[in-house]
Ligand binder design. Sequence first.
Ligand SMILES: *[C@@H]1O[C@H](CO)[C@@H](O)[C@H](O)[C@H]1NC(C)=O
Ligand SMILES: *[C@@H]1O[C@H](CO)[C@@H](O)[C@H](O)[C@H]1NC(C)=O
Ligand SMILES: [Zn+2]
Length: 321
Amino acid sequence: MALARVQGIFATVLLLSGACYAAVEGSWCYDDQVCGPTTWDSLGHCGDGRQSPINIISVKAVFNSTLGPVHLSGYDNYKKLIEMKNTGKTVYVKLKDGLFLSGNGLPDVYTAKGIHFHWGNGAAHPGSEHCIDGKQYSMEWHIVHTRNNLSIAEAMDDPQGIAVLAFFVQASDTAKGKTAKAWDSFSKNLPKIAKKGSDTDLKSTVSLLDLIGPTNLARYYRYGGSLTTPNCNEVVIWTVFTDPILVPSKVVAFFPFNIRSTDSSVGPHLYNNFRPPQGLNNRTVEASSFLKLRSAASRNSQLVAFVLLISGVSALGVLPI
Ligand SMILES: *[C@@H]1O[C@H](CO)[C@@H](O)[C@H](O)[C@H]1NC(C)=O
Ligand SMILES: *[C@@H]1O[C@H](CO)[C@@H](O)[C@H](O)[C@H]1NC(C)=O
Ligand SMILES: [Zn+2]
């Protein structure tokens, strides 16, 4: 089932739709050969060399001991998510002023402007944009920030104008507790924005930290890339957290179940709204210092296990082949 092509997009809608938002007027789409991601090369910067998303190969990432936890200020405030909108390409939530991101490797303080989501089709069909060692997760959630509170348009002129925090979401049949409840409560709004262009005021019950849950903010990959939708401007500092947020499978399925890609309530469902991985080319992905601790520990324990195995079998008088 092909998604309807979306034509004649208005600049206002584009500005509202987030980091992976479009800056072109014209037609692009996800799940159709005529306008899908393989055709985007001719749009804006989409054919350039520092594109996102990417498949992160963990063993090729360069550890950087200065990359500690990111610092988030205001993200525990449950009054910051103010309006949810169906853009026809994603679910976009506008954020109130006063959410600040900082940390090593970020040249300035960044202000959160909005969040949006990428998904596949329920628990069985993953839809994250980034992959780690080829693994694609159920969904990916982006918090979009501009440098020093620039407007989105101004940020397009600064090679480090935008910082996106990317979280993987993994559908889980056993997810429960505070984080699962927050996602459940947040997703209750989706039926109200089924049609493209519709929006709803949020009742201020969850904070960004409620949705982030126990994700370790010190474990992430960092690289320079682009917006993942046309015009694909190469202005983004990406922070991709490795720990997936576990969300009930029914909540994950609720996104494509409710959201339509046209302004008809019986129009096609929006699903697979992710761009596939792009070439890394001559870029380096940096790994935060906490990722090093963990992988060094697991390498050492593997080594110990191997040594024990070898000495164990030799003690039995059998040579390992
Ligand atoms: C580590 O990160 C800092 C801050 O972004 C940067 O200045 C430095 O070049 C990085 N080092 C490596 C080895 O990538
Ligand atoms: C950030 O920009 C917005 C929109 O221009 C403005 O309303 C807000 O007051 C600014 N916030 C700060 C902290 O400067
Ligand atoms: Zn995005």
